[in-house]
Design a binder for this molecule. Sequence first.
Ligand code: PGA
Length: 259
Amino acid sequence: MAAPVVVANWKMHTTRAEARALAAAVRDGCRTLGPVRVVLCPPFTALGVVGELLQGSGIGLGAQDAHWEASGPFTGAVSPRQLADLGVSVVILGHSERRQHFAETDEVVRRKVTAVLAEGLTPLVCVGETEAERAAGRTAEVVTRQLRAALALRQPEAVARCWVAYEPVWAIGTGRTPTPGEVAAVHEGLRRELMALGGAGGVPVLYGGSIRAGNVGALMAEPAVDGGLVGGASLSPDEFLAVVRGTLEAKTRARSAAG
Ligand code: PGA
């Protein structure tokens, strides 16, 4: 089994000084942990300082968005090429807050995935249903549509380079989560879809939405969950390190139970 993945999404939080302190605490706390892939996604303004701090630590640097062109007249936007230049290796794309507040469509997400892949970076494609879609029993349909749209026309080798996060919109920042069984069912559907898109069995499928130290063990005990995308809990080093440790422990337990 590949090492679990834990990605921190700091959203529009932290000055550079705050980012430096948070990243240093996470880096130091991760030193003695076992095989887990940790990626920190600070805001664009803190990528430089956090990147310097993480050098040689084994912790990855991620960004929260990217434009779909390498350069050009796009005031205020940041391109995959500029992110690569800062040492970024992972880019969150299609987060529901981008879809909701910045009117990002499936087509925009698809173009961004293309651009990020072209730069040699890893797109972390987010999918998830709203509360109304869930109530209408449309979860599987919505996340499948979003995943297919984001990866449309991709060669299997490109699909294999992506990461995916299932983030129910109603679970983000609310303290509510689906049950581990519900999460597992959605992840199994996404895995089937990824296989159909080119046999990408190794693509990590992460869960995101109100992950905390107290619920991470149960969520990560599901074999279909390959790790987490953590928002609010990633802003406190102690809570985030507890989430990372909880992920690792749950996966280690599952592995030994499987013999
Ligand atoms: P949350 O956010 O952990 O604060 O719910 C997760 C996310 O939006 O990626």
